[in-house]
Each structure stands twice: as C-alpha cells, then as structure tokens.
Design a protein around this ligand. Structure first.
Ligand SMILES: [Zn+2]
Length: 158
C-alpha cells in the first residue's frame, strides 16, 4: 500500500499538525471552498479528512468523515484506518508540511541557542521554509501521545 497523503479541511488544523509530527504529508486547506477542495482532491492521490459529512460523501471513496472533536480520538481513528507508523521520527515540517532532512549539527549552530546546540546531536531542516528541528523537551509529550495511540483505539479516556 502506498503511503497515504492527506488533505484536511479548515476544522482540522490540530490534526494536520499531528499527522505532520508523525511524518505524514498532511496538506491543510484552511479557507478553501468545498468545490476547490474537491478539485484539489481529483488532481492527486490524497484522502480528504473532513468534519463535514456531506463533503465527505461528495468526495466518495477519497473522503473520510471524522465525527468527534477530540484530537486523540481523531488521531487514533486515522492511525488505525490508514495503518500509520508511529516511530518515524521528525520527517515533516509542522509549520508548512515540507519535507525534513537531517542536517549537519555545525550547520545550525548560529540558528539555535547554545543549550539546544549543546544538548542535541541530531538536527533536521525543512526543505521548503528552512525551519530547524530537534527532538527537544516537547518530544517527550509527542512520545507520550504516540504511546497512547499505539495502545490502540478504545484506550483513549473520554
Ligand atoms: Zn517548513
């Protein structure tokens, strides 16, 4: 199965960000009218994730309706439905959806603060916007959420 790529409607900004953290291509269409969303969809191989039941129906097989507003539940659903991997490490820019490349530590020295530079060996850079990434303290929270997700749907406290 080819890796799934996603298109998310304006209601799903947090989910888009988290799919990127997981390393998946998640295009977030914040202000696009339905018609344009659908024509974007017909151009590529993306799956539409939407909170709009009618829009999901119009997208046919490529539409996936997400009922709940709880982020954990949404993530768990998408992870299960598309069999996403949870242990890929940083590979997508959470800001712009660009691809991340591992970069030489010395090359980011001027761009991160000293504590960050001293405390980390591995850095990544977005190919599109140039943002630098490392697995800082926030990565602990990311791991926690992934552990929760890996226990599967149904384990999420409601
Ligand atoms: Zn970027």
């Amino acid at each position: 199965m080819p890796e799934p790529r996603f298109l998310l409607d304006g209601m799903l900004g947090s989910l888009a960000r988290w799919l990127r953290i997981l390393g998946y291509d998640a295009r977030y269409a914040r202000d696009l009218p339905d018609g344009e969303l659908l024509s974007l969809l017909s151009e590529g191989d993306r799956v539409l994730l939407t909170r709009d039941r009618q829009l999901a129906a119009r997208a046919g097989e490529r539409g996936e309706y997400l009922g709940g507003t709880d982020l954990d539940a949404q993530l768990a659903f998408v992870v299960t439905r598309f069999q996403l991997e949870l242990d890929r490490g940083p590979s997508r820019c959470t800001a712009c959806n660009g691809r991340l490349r591992p970069v030489d530590r010395d090359s980011v020295r001027q761009e991160v603060n000293e504590g960050t530079y001293d405390g980390h060996c591995d850095f990544w850079r977005c190919e599109d916007c140039g943002k630098v990434y490392w697995q800082g303290a926030h990565w602990k929270n990311i791991r926690k959420r992934m552990e929760r997700l890996s226990r599967g749907p149904g384990s999420t406290p409601r």
